[in-house]
Design a binder for this molecule. Structure first.
Ligand SMILES: Nc1ncnc2c1ncn2[C@@H]1O[C@H](COP(=O)(O)OP(=O)(O)OP(=O)(O)O)[C@@H](O)[C@H]1O
Ligand SMILES: [Mg+2]
Length: 639
């Protein structure tokens, strides 16, 4: 049994280094106790419970021979590969006592491991003072390139603070690309150009800087401030490559604007949705406060609709408050509100606390906040108490309640002056305290000239539906006509053959983001059938990784195509073998040679490694064989 793979299927791969460091192998695993898990470092009660339940379930499975270790199967994945190196470690080790040097390297490794884990990355290997890190393996996130860049910036910031005794600096390089990971190579090694490029970029980075390859830079859009390092010749890499230094997160607060904001095409369809929002706004602005929950899968166009509404209301007198939840701040109480207040008050990076306090006072004065409310909000923003508005002496629970009330008063104060549109984006990443405040806001807006718009993905179950002021707006996928219109718009003046437009419309299922990205890929590559665009890889892989146990079925299904019959699934199918019986259980309804051709081209463009493709081809051949079986047996009878 493969312990890392087992952890991965549980979604707990972050403990793999701890299991490895404590020699927990397949033999020891079934005997682990709760105390063992604590001493290994599994601090979360929930995770311990999951692990213990899964260990108990192991007892019911057939034992796996130790002689036949299973390797994680080779996979073709898009990874952002990061190298982090300690600057000047060779002269440092020549100067220091080996034990002191060991202490420094140990502290550095712990620091890197902690930061990488915090951003959802995976430390693949320590090579002396160099560390090789993957984002996108073993589990993908939709924003792996952004995570890697944030992680790199945190590393070059933290490493110099590690010790007073020595001056330490790190440098980081990263690149994004398709690699093959797992299989016959050394565990966690990857094959492909990307690690080499990342290593070369790391080597040329100045101390305390993070250098990105063009591939990573493209995926992070305007999320960061960058310095263009121009075209660089790198040893072992053909031709000059472009490189950027990531400096810091940019001031663009909205993910939509940072990643999709440039060159928006016109809105396609969605007339009814916009109409509905305008009708709710008409009611809200006369005091009949309304809440609209815009729900839909990633890329379906939630933020786009909010942006279109803002344009339509541009000439109407109103105030707009924008709150953004973030996957990086789900544990940070009231983060979307703190962030909004800081922006509205006009805080700049270098403002001293006193200057910030004055800006905050000016902001809150517009809504005629009481001294007590100002004190509570200032405290929420970690600003010092002042004599003008001292912080009341309250228990933590009471203080939280009063702070939430102070924030509601703020909205009420603004709404007394002008109707307000409150946008609350990406509620699926909300922190629990913001959720409480949103509960209160949904309740209170009833009697205020406020339109509250909340965007959310389907995994978030909004508890407010059913209340009279709340409308749910579930965005559906674009129909065939609108898909084709969007393809043409993205293509700009360039005309695409109608069968290419049809293919794009077919493969993208009416999700506008997919349509945009696939069309761009087709235009860039100049070939009609391309693989999955780089920009969609991470988010699709993240979805696939979340399916864990049915992943394989999804992969095979993706190759065979949609029109397939799944009437007699073999129980062995998730552990797919090439035998015709299990493959044949996925008989597609292919009847024409054109369809078979389409199936072949799907397989060849699916991001799999060669072995997986062969399995898929086997499945195809098997299904063809099964389809022909009646005819064959008839022929045999006749002969
Ligand atoms: N109706 C539409 N017409 C034209 N383009 C659209 C339409 N809907 C969405 N888009 C485009 O599709 C892309 C994805 O849309 P958007 O970012 O709004 O999705 P989202 O639902 O907010 O996704 P997420 O859950 O990731 O926030 C954007 O570039 C957007 O401009
Ligand atoms: Mg969005």
């Amino acid at each position: 049994m493969d312990v890392p793979e087992w952890l991965r299927t549980l979604g707990l791969e972050q403990y793999e280094p701890a299991f490895r460091a404590n020699d927990v192998d397949a033999q020891v695993l079934p005997r682990l106790t709760a105390e063992d898990l604590i001493s290994i470092g599994v601090a979360s009660v929930g995770h311990r419970r999951l692990l213990l339940d899964a260990i108990a379930a192991l007892g019911t499975e057939a034992p796996v021979s130790r002689d036949t270790p299973m390797r994680p199967e080779a996979e073709r994945r898009q990874l952002t590969v990061m190298f982090c190196d300690l600057v000047g470690s060779t002269p440092l080790s020549a100067r220091l006592d080996p034990e002191d040097m060991r202490g420094i390297i140990g502290a550095y490794h712990r620091c890197v491991a902690e930061i990488v884990e915090g951003f959802g990355g995976f430390v693949a290997r320590y090579m002396g003072d160099g560390v090789l890190v993957y984002f996108g393996y073993p589990s993908a996130h939709e924003d792996d390139a952004e995570r890697a860049t944030r992680c790199g910036l945190a590393l070059v910031d933290r490493v110099p603070q590690l010790t007073q005794a020595e001056e330490l600096h790190a440098r980081v390089g990263m690149a994004t690309g398709l690699v093959v990971v797992g299989g016959e190579v050394v565990e966690h090694d990857v094959a492909g150009d990307t690690p080499n490029l990342a290593a070369r970029l790391q080597a040329l980075a100045e101390p305390d800087t993070v250098v990105l390859a063009a591939s990573t830079r493209r995926l992070t859009g305007e999320l960061f401030e960058y310095r263009d390092l121009g075209e660089i010749e790198l040893k072992g890499i053909d031709g000059p490559v472009s490189a950027w230094q990531a400096i810091r997160p940019s001031a663009v607060v909205s993910r939509f604007e940072a990643l999709r904001g440039s060159a928006l095409t016109s809105l396609v369809g969605r007339d009814e949705e916009i109409d509905l929002l305008l009708r709710r706004w008409a009611r809200a602005k006369v005091g009949d406060g309304q809440v609209v929950l815009i729900s839909g899968e990633p890329g379906i166009g939630k933020s786009r609709i909010v942006a279109v509404l803002a344009e339509r209301l541009r000439d109407e007198p109103h105030l707009r408050l924008r709150h953004f939840c973030s996957p990086y701040h789900q544990d940070s109480a009231l983060y979307p509100f703190i962030d909004q207040l800081g922006r509205a008050a006009g805080f700049s990076r270098d403002d001293p606390p006193q200057a910030k306090l004055e800006k905050l006072e000016a902001l809150l004065a517009r809504a005629a906040a009481t001294n007590e409310d100002v004190g509570l909000v200032a405290d929420l923003l970690s600003l010092p108490a002042s004599e003008r508005h001292p912080l009341p002496n309250l228990s933590p629970q009471r203080k939280k309640e009063q702070t939430l009330e102070a924030l509601i008063h703020q909205l009420e104060g603004l709404a007394r002056q002008q109707p307000v549109v409150v946008v609350f984006e990406d509620a699926h990443w909300i922190d629990p305290t913001s959720r409480e405040l949103l509960d209160l806001t949904v309740e209170r807006v009833r009697d205020l000239p406020v339109l509250l718009i909340v965007t959310l993905r389907p995994e978030f179950q909004p508890p407010w539906t059913g209340q009279p002021q709340v409308t749910m707006l579930a965005l559906s996928r674009l129909d065939r006509h609108d898909r084709a219109v969007l393809v043409e718009q993205v293509a700009g003046g360039k005309s695409l053959p109608s069968d290419v437009i049809e293919q794009i419309a077919d493969r993208t299922d009416g999700v506008p983001l997919f349509i945009e990205e696939l069309t761009k890929s087709v235009l860039e590559s100049g070939v009609p059938a391309v693989g999955i665009p780089t920009t969609l890889h991470d988010s699709l892989m993240a979805r696939l990784d979340r399916l864990s146990t049915v992943r394989r079925v999804a992969q095979i299904g993706a190759a065979i195509g949609r029109p397939m019959r799944f009437s007699a699934p073999s129980p062995a199918f998730p552990k797919m073998s090439c035998e015709p019986c299990s493959a044949g259980s996925l008989l597609p309804n292919w009847s024409s040679s054109a369809a078979t051709h389409r199936m072949r081209s799907t397989v060849s463009s699916t991001p799999w490694c060669r072995t997986q493709r062969m399995i898929a081809y086997c499945a195809m051949s098997a299904s063809n064989f099964m389809r022909r079986l009646p005819k064959l047996s008839k022929l045999i009878h006749q002969s």
